[in-house]
Design a protein around this ligand. Structure first.
Ligand code: UTP
Length: 286
């Protein structure tokens, strides 16, 4: 069955970005001129996804407003003769078929995904965490869908991480299959370097089969008292083979101020309107 739906989880508190996230969704921080979440929406569309489910929470209304139509704004731009901007705003609101679910209590990533069970139904689906923005020729989700089509089972994206960073990721115990593909023998959430079975960390892109919902339903709270997707994947391993895909591309973790700044600089330096001037300014500054 084709992967048609993608779940984008955007209900977290964003504590690493406090205080701004007290009143502003992290997913709406700009990466040059577009908000972070738009990169995930565009990745999904460019990978052939037909419907996007965004998991939100209180204080995240700006996300819905952003992808919605604003007739007042369109009218204003029309009156001013701003035809290019008007076209851009209309394109933005018709980018994708997006629906929203509110996670009423922030009980973890696994719990957030479980709230999408009814909309996803009994088909394979993608999960994208908007923090992880990967710069690549072919969208990473598209690369992963190709792997899914080969094996017809769950696929997680992994990256080689520095060994002191295992405490920040779900880590897999891998068995090499070919090239960029590993079979996942086990997973552990945020282990200390000495307990980590490898330095392959799971990053925020997944293709999951609907059996993950059964696993999530019986997954008890784990690290930080949250229902962890990693723990549910470990349960799922009892029923199905899971593959890990070491993607091609450069990843930015925009969920931290430093990662966000690095991504902002990398993307802005390539921007046709501001890149050159920014480069000169940075030289001056240093
Ligand atoms: P994180 O663990 O990075 O949490 O969530 P966070 O809230 O985004 O950021 P910090 O760690 O507090 O700074 C991983 C993903 O899971 C989502 C987040 O929105 C993010 O996409 N999430 C997390 C939920 O949707 N609901 C939750 O209850 C927890």
């Amino acid at each position: 069955m084709k992967v048609r739906k993608a779940v984008i989880t955007a209900a977290g508190w964003g504590t690493r970005f406090l205080p701004i996230t007290k009143a502003h969704p992290k997913e709406m921080l700009p990466l040059v001129t577009k908000p972070l979440i738009q990169y995930s929406v565009e990745e999904a569309i460019n990978s052939g996804i037909e419907q996007i489910v965004v998991i939100t929470a209180q204080g995240k209304r700006a996300i819905e407003d952003y992808f919605d139509r604003s007739f007042e704004l369109e009218h204003f731009l029309e009156q001013k003769g701003e035809t290019n901007l008007l076209k851009e705003m209309r394109e933005l609101s018709s980018l994708a078929d997006i629906c929203y679910i509110r996670q009423k209590e922030q009980l973890g990533l696994g719990h957030a995904i479980l709230t999408a069970k009814g909309i996803v139904g009994k088909e394979p689906f993608a999960v994208l965490l908007p923090d992880d923005i990967i710069d690549s020729k072919v969208p990473v989700l598209k690369q992963m869908i190709e792997v899914y089509e080969q094996y017809k089972t769950s696929v997680v994206a992994v990256e080689r991480i520095a060994s002191q960073d295992t405490v920040k990721y779900g880590i897999i115990e891998p068995k090499k299959v070919s090239g960029h593909i590993y079979q996942v023998l086990s997973l552990i959430e945020k282990p200390k370097p000495a307990q980590a079975p490898s330095n392959l960390g799971v990053v925020g892109k997944y293709i999951l089969t609907p059996q993950i919902f059964d696993a999530l339903e019986v997954t008890p709270p784990g690290k930080n008292q949250e229902i962890q997707l990693t723990d549910a994947l470990q349960l799922l391993l009892k029923q199905q083979t899971i593959y890990a895909y070491e993607f091609e591309g450069v990843r930015y973790d925009t969920g931290t101020p430093l990662g966000w700044l690095k991504a902002t600089l990398a993307f802005a330096l390539r921007h046709p309107d501001i890149g050159q001037e920014l480069k000169e300014y940075l030289h001056q500054l240093i």
